[in-house]
Design a protein around this ligand. Structure first.
Ligand SMILES: [Fe+2]
Ligand SMILES: [Fe+2]
Length: 327
């Protein structure tokens, strides 16, 4: 993809002011929660009885819920894919560790790394999961990478990350709410704190796009349109298990998420709608003809997607994930 030269200048311009984003949307490491704040302490003499309590509570979690939690965990664990991809974005220079963008990506990765770590340890202790099968899926997913069709374009990338952080905020928030309904306060808290991180990250990425709209509106509009035409695929869309074709496990995971209402087609539309409002798409000025057309497409999209969603049925298929232990 040939990108206009102005992309680099815009990235440089925003990159210079990125420090304010740091203070606004990231937290100092020492003030942040760590996975061990929520999990039984193996150096404590009560460790085994604490694990027993954790396992008793985990027994109440329904099959689809566990499947979704495993899928969420694997998605978070594929963080190496996401960091290495962000480092290739036009305008990001990994060779310059002092560059604002490099610092941002590293700090974001460092925060995100806690998500998979916490969920993985919880699942390991829960007694509900075939850890080996889950670990094989994680290794496959990292090895397979992803294809999110952003290229190295920062504009497309920031549309993607804005969307994705909002999607993960919704799904972790819902698993938190459901855990509470199943009487699992600990798990509810864990998913809740992860969801809160995702929201801070979403705000940062949305702020980047907002700034780009201020300086390069037509190109930003075209990038937004292009990403929505292609549809935002989930970062784990290549998810598989041993003996299962690439991407097929992802469909089953995504169906389970729809069935229990953790992440649905309507959430996708809602995110789209919220981004239109957030970036005040209807009021963006100074657009060229192509930019105006892109805006028309975007403004009409939620209604169109709603019509499609009404016709789509979620399969009620019984699928046995290799990740879940029979007990
Ligand atoms: Fe995350
Ligand atoms: Fe995230």
């Amino acid at each position: 993809m040939q990108l206009p030269a102005t992309r680099i200048e815009v990235m440089k311009f925003i990159g210079q002011k990125i420090d304010s984003v740091f203070y606004e949307f990231l937290k100092p490491i020492e003030d942040l929660w760590q996975p061990s704040d929520f999990l039984p302490d193996s150096a404590n003499e009560n460790f085994l009885s604490d694990v027993k309590l954790l396992q008793e509570a985990a027994r109440e979690l329904p099959y689809d819920y566990i499947a979704v939690l495993v899928g969420d965990t694997i998605t978070e664990e594929a963080l190496p894919t996401y960091e290495s991809w962000l480092m290739t974005v036009e305008g990001v220079n990994q060779q310059d560790p002092q560059q604002g963008w490099t610092k941002w990506i590293r700090a974001w990765t460092a925060e995100e790394n806690r998500h998979g770590d916490l969920l993985n340890k919880y699942l390991y202790l829960s007694g509900r999961v075939n850890m080996r099968a889950m670990e094989v899926s994680t290794q496959y997913l990292i090895a397979d990478g992803f294809d999110i069709e952003t290229g190295t374009d920062p504009y497309r990338n920031f549309v993607y990350t804005s969307f994705q952080e909002l999607a993960t905020n919704i799904s972790h928030r819902r698993t938190a709410t459901l855990a509470k309904q199943y009487g699992n306060t600990l798990l509810s808290k864990m998913c809740g704190v992860i969801a809160a991180d995702e929201m801070r990250h979403a705000k940062a990425y949305k702020a980047f796009v907002e700034r780009i709209f201020e300086v390069d509106s037509s190109e930003m509009m075209l990038a937004f349109e292009d990403m929505m035409r292609k549809k935002i695929v989930m970062p784990a869309h290549f998810l598989r298990e041993t003996g299962v074709k690439i991407g097929e496990t992802f469909s089953h995971y995504s169906d389970a998420a729809q069935r229990i209402g953790v992440y649905t087609t309507y959430d996708y539309i809602e995110i789209m709608d919220s981004l239109l409002k957030e970036w005040k798409i209807d009021k963006v000025s100074g657009l060229n003809e192509a930019g105006e057309k892109a805006r028309d497409y975007l403004m009409a999209l939620p209604t169109r997607l709603k019509r499609v969603a009404e016709r789509t049925k979620v399969p009620n298929l019984d699928y046995n994930f290799s990740w879940i232990s029979a007990y």
